[in-house]
Design a protein around this ligand. Structure first.
Ligand code: TXA
Ligand code: MG
Length: 334
């Protein structure tokens, strides 16, 4: 593959140039990251950021993550980086970890929903970082899906639901991690709080900085909203979804869609009587399951034979925490 500039394949150069132009002129660019596709705008331009909320039909009280090309850029946006945050940046950036830090005034209120803090991360995706670098501005980006619906992990997923709302999709291929970033609040002088489990596990964070507090890590947060963006219903398919702890023959009829962590004898023997079976990882590997999760959920949601989705809960360790969190929220409206 021919390369141009900083490792960008020649085939993508034209769309990258165009995407940079769109961002600089206040437009919306959807772009691939290692977690999910983001719907990006210049984070320093309130009007551009307002278009994100309109495109997604997202409530204004749900703040956005600001994406940077380089870890050092964080100092232009925040007033303080506690030691622990610095250790996490060294260890996990670029990567699926968003840090909530005290913000500088240059960030519009719309980005942070008026909060005194801003969430920042450096995506582990070359094309995404090149887009941000060449644009010359920090890029505010929520996941590129209509508010509350299933997150997109391919460019096609974005096109399926937001084609009319955005100026351009920069195709970065399928997302490697497949789950959103972990959001960790780091108020100086306070114990870090995990606001959303995600691509970097709690165990990995604690190995670096010691014990952290958890807000929604149990995957059972059905209560009222305790922090922005923690709405119980989120990542939701249009069809009802029910979480099961094990497979039972009585569930598996022709209108059932099955979202299974791994293989199971019942699923092997009954596929013809079941609407659709999605097995996330043949070896029950959480990393592989995470990468397939949102795509599989979309296929079940789109299959006309499926009327109800049964989803198997995940082990409560590692990425299983984030996966259970997404399942619980997907099930919340059922
Ligand atoms: O992996 C990801 O994080 C993806 C990609 C595109 O980077 N982005 C993403 O954004 O998932 P979004 O908007 O779907 O979720 C961002 C969440 C919000 O729901 C909110 O809970 C939290 O980050 N957040 C953002 N700013 C915050 C702040 N200042 N304080 C507390 N939480 C904040
Ligand atoms: Mg989202």
């Amino acid at each position: 593959m021919t390369k141009s500039g900083a490792g960008v394949p020649a085939e993508l150069t034209t769309s990258l140039d165009r995407a940079v132009e769109v961002l600089r002129s206040g437009g919306l660019v959807a772009f691939g990251t290692e977690t999910v596709y983001g719907l990006g705008a210049n984070a320093l331009d309130s009007n551009a950021v307002a278009r994100i909320f309109a495109a997604k039909k997202r409530p204004l009280f749900d703040p956005l993550i600001v994406h940077l090309a380089d870890p050092a850029d964080v100092f232009s946006l925040v007033t303080e980086v506690p030691d622990e945050a610095r250790r996490l940046m060294d260890r996990f950036w670029p990567g699926p970890l968003s840090l909530v830090l005290p913000r500088k005034e240059i960030i519009p209120d719309l980005v942070t929903s008026g909060l005194p803090s801003v969430a920042v991360r450096v995506p582990a995706h070359d094309l995404a970082r090149e887009l941000i670098r060449r644009s010359g501005v920090p890029v505010a980006a929520p996941s590129a899906n209509p508010f509350g619906r299933i997150s997109p992990t391919t460019a096609q997923h974005v096109m399926d639901h937001l084609a009319d709302e955005i100026d351009l999709v920069l195709d970065g291929g399928p997302c490697r991690v497949g789950l959103e970033s972990t959001v960790l609040q780091m108020v100086p002088g306070q114990r870090p709080v995990m606001l959303r489990p995600g691509g970097i596990t709690r165990e990995a964070i604690e190995a670096e900085i010691g014990p952290i507090a958890t807000l929604s890590g149990s995957g059972e947060s059905k209560g009222p909203q305790v922090a922005p963006g923690q709405l119980p219903q989120h990542y939701a398919p249009a069809k009802p979804l029910q979480i099961v702890s094990h497979w039972d023959e009585s569930l598996l009829n022709e209108t059932a869609g099955v979202l299974a962590f791994g293989p199971h004898p019942l699923l092997e023997s009954l596929p013809h009587t079941t609407g659709r079976v999605e097995i996330l990882s043949r070896n029950k590997d959480l990393t592989e399951a995470a990468a397939n999760f949102f795509s599989a959920l979309r296929r079940l949601d789109a299959d006309p034979t499926v009327q109800i989705i049964y989803a198997e809960s995940f082990p409560t360790e590692g990425l299983g925490l984030a996966l259970n969190d997404r399942l619980t929220r997907a099930a919340a409206k059922s």
